[in-house]
Ligand binder design. Structure first.
Ligand SMILES: Cc1cc2nc3c(=O)[nH]c(=O)nc-3n(C[C@H](O)[C@H](O)[C@H](O)COP(=O)(O)OP(=O)(O)OC[C@H]3O[C@@H](n4cnc5c(N)ncnc54)[C@H](O)[C@@H]3O)c2cc1C
Length: 519
């Protein structure tokens, strides 16, 4: 058994930032970060474009607020949007002071990029590997904090809550969290991790689709665990598809061609060379992601083609390479020369706009359970996230969560009456085919029936297929030993269920959600 004052599940930007802040404010308390893979593996690591903040004298908070609301189809929480936008410069300065490097121009000012949905240049970036740079700097800072333990290859299976301990609770009645059951996948044992405050920073759920830019860790574990524990989860129907993932059949995750490439001047063309996105929005390639993705989806359906193209041939080649060395090299590796070839692209699942409901301090509906980053639903994104607002959201909410928990930690006691995990030990299953096949089937169901354009009949069909997967997987869960693969499958089914059922309830098309039967 592990006992820790603060338990953090996940080591991306949200978990690491929160940990550093909590460690500073509470030098006498213990902080444990558990993470299911290597500590650097996260969606954060793959973020390319950057972080949005108003730093240019020609820009204003009002502009950034309006762009965020417009992208979110005006169902964002305005108070949250205002707070995040106005605090952005301060939070950015903080991570810069911790060692994060952002690119500057020749005059020594930050080189602010532009992305879809932004009316002005306001994206701080480190070449086209901004997330990698942030993750590096945060992990180095974590290593300096003596009261933080990072446990790699520890998979959180389920939260320990009153509900889990057998008390009858609903999503609206009192329910407290006391830590999590965790699978130590190196030692093959399930451990109890008891904590006074638990923070979920477990990221998004792109792996519920066949085509996604998210790495394989993005299986929505935290959202599924919170849902099982009876926390409130919402807005799951708003899955953002990124319009420009490289088209490489059979490759998962899909390689992302950052929005910043369009901000730099690239055009989207169909096979005939037409810039068809202009028919959907006068901003063309720089309209928000939902609009561009829908335009591409329609174009592919109408023409029957497998992909459309990103044309960078007219751009200044050397400057392009300097801005996007990672993208340029990746294209080269796959045989594409951006100087003369159009880059084949398709939309891919990219960002989970909804998640675990939290308030301004990242508190969930369960006492002593917090959530931050992509697994949370703060109200910032509304129906669709504005590019480069998610890393920022994690920084702002981690800050307020850390302040809130630090003010109350001394009033909370451990619950020492937590039983051991009641199933037999654990090991890798003898054969994985039952799990891997179901995962693929699930991804196909979601990609075919519940992707960019939905309909009532497809949603109904998806739900009936999901029911079969749910029953089979629960059976497997009860009758076999627990493995990370099985837990992930179980979580993905829950995520799919939440997306489908919340899509069925939505009665109006908004942002990233589009049901043809609602027109
Ligand atoms: C290719 C790509 C490009 C992007 N570009 C940008 C961009 O330019 N700007 C921007 O703002 N956003 C961008 N995003 C989105 C952004 O990167 C993410 O929203 C953000 O990094 C999420 O951070 P997080 O800390 O919430 O989660 P993550 O960084 O995903 O971290 C989740 C952590 O939780 C751990 N974990 C998950 N489940 C468990 C479990 N059961 N047990 C233990 N540990 C667990 C994972 O191992 C990981 O450490 C991009 C995303 C992708 C995929």
């Amino acid at each position: 058994m592990i006992k820790t004052d603060f338990l953090i599940i996940g080591s991306g930007i949200a978990g690491l930032t929160y940990a550093i802040k909590v460690a500073k404010a509470n030098p006498d308390k213990s902080i444990t970060i558990i993470t299911k893979a290597d500590k650097g593996e996260s969606n954060t690591k793959y973020a390319q474009g950057g972080i949005a903040a108003v730093l240019d004298e020609h820009d204003s908070f009002e502009n950034h607020i309006e762009d965020t609301l417009r992208a979110g189809d005006y169902i964002n929480d305005k108070e949250v949007v205002k707070r995040v936008v106005e605090e952005a410069p301060e939070r950015l300065n903080e991570i810069i002071s911790w060692g994060t490097r952002f690119d500057k121009d020749k005059s020594g000012e930050y080189d602010l990029g532009k992305e879809g949905g932004h009316s002005l240049n306001r994206i701080l970036h480190h070449k086209d590997i901004t997330g990698f740079e942030i993750e590096r700097a945060l992990l180095e800072k974590i290593a300096e904090c003596r009261n933080i333990d990072v446990l790699q290859h520890h998979f959180a299976i389920d939260l320990i809550t009153d509900h889990h301990l057998g008390k009858l609770v609903t999503r609206r009645t009192e329910n407290s969290c006391y830590g999590a059951y965790t699978l130590n996948s190196k030692k093959n044992v399930i451990e109890r991790v008891l904590s006074k405050i638990t923070m979920l920073c477990s990221g998004g759920a792109g792996q519920v689709y066949s085509h996604t830019t998210n790495p394989i860790i993005a299986t929505g574990d935290g959202i599924a665990m919170a849902h099982r524990a009876k926390a409130l989860v919402s807005d799951m129907e708003f899955i953002q598809f990124h319009p420009t993932a490289l088209y490489e059949p059979g490759k998962s995750p899909s390689f992302l061609i950052s929005e910043a490439v369009r901000g730099f001047g690239a055009f989207i063309r169909n096979k005939r060379g037409e810039r068809f996105v202009l028919k959907s929005d006068e901003r063309g390639e720089l309209a928000s992601r939902d609009i561009v993705s829908k335009a591409i989806d329609k174009e592919l359906k109408v023409t029957g083609e497998n992909c459309v193209y990103l044309d960078c041939t007219h751009l200044e080649h050397e400057e392009f390479y300097n801005h996007f060395p990672n993208i340029s090299e990746y294209c080269k590796k796959t045989g594409i020369d951006y100087r003369k070839d159009w880059i084949p692209i398709v939309p891919a699942a990219h960002y989970t706009c909804g998640g675990i409901n939290v308030n301004m301090n990242s508190q969930t509906s369960i006492t002593n359970l917090y959530a931050c980053g992509e697994c949370s639903r703060t109200g910032l994104h509304g129906a669709n996230r504005l590019a480069s607002n998610s890393l920022l959201e994690a920084l702002v909410f981690a800050h307020h969560a850390a302040e809130d928990v630090s003010s109350k930690i001394n009033t909370i006691a451990f619950n020492d009456k937590i039983p051991q995990w009641n199933a037999e030990g654990t090991t890798d299953p003898d054969e994985l085919i039952l799990i891997t096949h179901s995962r693929k089937e699930l991804q196909t169901i979601m990609s075919d029936y519940v992707a960019i354009v939905r309909s009532n009949v497809r949603l109904k069909r998806a739900l009936s297929r999901l029911k079969i997967h749910y029953e089979e997987t629960e059976e497997l869960y009860k009758s076999t030993k627990i493995s990370p693969q099985l837990c992930e499958l179980r979580n993905l089914i829950t995520i799919a269920y939440l997306i489908v059922t919340q899509s069925m309830i939505r009665s109006e098309n908004k942002g990233a959600f589009y049901n043809v039967d609602l027109n």
